[in-house]
Write a protein that binds this ligand. Structure first.
Ligand SMILES: [Mn+2]
Length: 349
């Protein structure tokens, strides 16, 4: 759980995907209310995509007498195509009915960053803020609470964009973006490690934005770590080899922390490369099977290549069975599925 005080407002960074997440939010609000010294009862939700547990959470908060304001840019265009989108669209409709004008769900193309959905200090008297645990949620919550600098909205849009764009903002924004890249990846052996590092990064960055020199100096150390992660990514890219026509593999097992965006950009420079494969010892499949192969289709081929077709018919999307396949352009498999199915299919193409 990542929490901060933004201009004294208790702020919780969380995604409400499950009923326990919703419970955490309600408890957080009740606690904020217990220590609150004014008559504020407004809760701002910002950059938190609508889900069924979130709707339930908002319903309970309303029933307890809180005013809930909901602002988000994860709205949908047109008729929902799959069951996940149908659920989301239903959740948005329920929030709109429940909250009326206090609900504003728009599209990312209209508001690339959620900070443009609030004015500076608009929620400086709120009881609590609930935000997405990423740079977009953080910057939007800061602006809502009154912590702002010129260029924050542009920075926020970059921070919420493609990985290569994220590190291209102002100097202060780069301190955050580069710190995020070098956060430790999630390790099931040490489940709290990444969250604690992220909490520290967020709190140092908020302090740096407000002029804390000590915090800036500490964040500069993160920039040095990022620079070395970029250099390691370039070295790894030189080790790439073609394992099938248009398929480039890099073994990153036992490698020090590298910047994935730099590695993929360097591999994709080769116009012959359609699919990149990283052989890794970290990730959800590696956690069970020691090794995982992570395939991704290069940008310019994403309309043409469907990685799901490399799997045997009836293959289950199940890490235990060595397969994670949610979208057409990303696929993660274990060593056995790679050797028996994926690599042979790639060679046949
Ligand atoms: Mn966002």
């Amino acid at each position: 759980m990542i929490t901060l005080k933004l201009n004294t407002i208790p702020t919780l960074f969380i995604q409400a995907f499950t009923p326990p997440d919703a419970h955490t939010i309600i408890e957080f609000v009740r606690e904020a209310n217990a220590v609150c010294t004014n008559f504020s009862n407004t809760i701002l939700f910002i950059d938190t995509p609508a889900t069924t547990p979130l709707v339930e959470c908002v319903r309970k908060l309303k029933a307890e007498g809180y005013r809930v304001v909901f602002r988000d840019h994860h709205g949908l265009k047109g008729t929902p195509a799959n069951s996940r989108d149908k659920q989301k669209s239903l959740a948005i409709a329920k929030l709109e009915t429940m909250l009326g004008n206090d609900c504003h769900v728009t599209l990312r193309e209209l508001h690339p960053a959620c900070s443009t959905l609030v004015t500076i200090g608009e929620f400086k008297n709120a009881l609590a803020i609930i935000a997405d645990p990423d740079a977009d949620g953080l910057t939007a919550a800061m602006k809502a609470s009154g912590i702002y600098y010129d260029g924050l909205d542009d920075d926020a849009a970059r921070l919420d964009g493609e990985p290569a764009l994220q590190v291209t903002g102002t100097d202060i924004s780069q301190l955050l973006a580069k710190g995020i890249v070098t956060l430790p990846s999630y390790d099931p052996q040490k489940p709290k490690e990444r969250e604690q590092a992220q909490q520290q990064l967020f709190s140092r960055w908020v302090a740096a934005v407000q002029g804390d020199q000590n915090a800036s100096a500490l964040l500069q150390e993160g920039v040095a770590a990022y620079d070395s992660a970029v250099a390691i990514a370039r070295t790894l890219a030189e080790r790439a080899r073609e394992v099938a026509p248009g398929v480039t593999l890099v073994d990153v097992t036992d490698s020090a922390v590298f910047d994935p965006a730099t590695l993929l950009t360097n591999l994709e420079i080769n116009s012959q490369c359609k699919i990149t494969v990283l052989r890794k010892d970290k990730g959800p499949i590696a956690a069970i099977h020691d090794i995982q192969y992570s395939l991704s289709v290069c940008k310019s081929y994403q309309e043409k290549v469907d990685l799901r077709l490399l799997l045997p018919p009836g293959a289950k999307n199940d890490p235990e069975q060595g397969v994670i396949s949610n979208v057409s352009f990303l696929l993660h498999v274990n060593q056995r599925v790679w050797e028996e199915h994926v690599l042979p299919s790639l060679k046949q193409q």
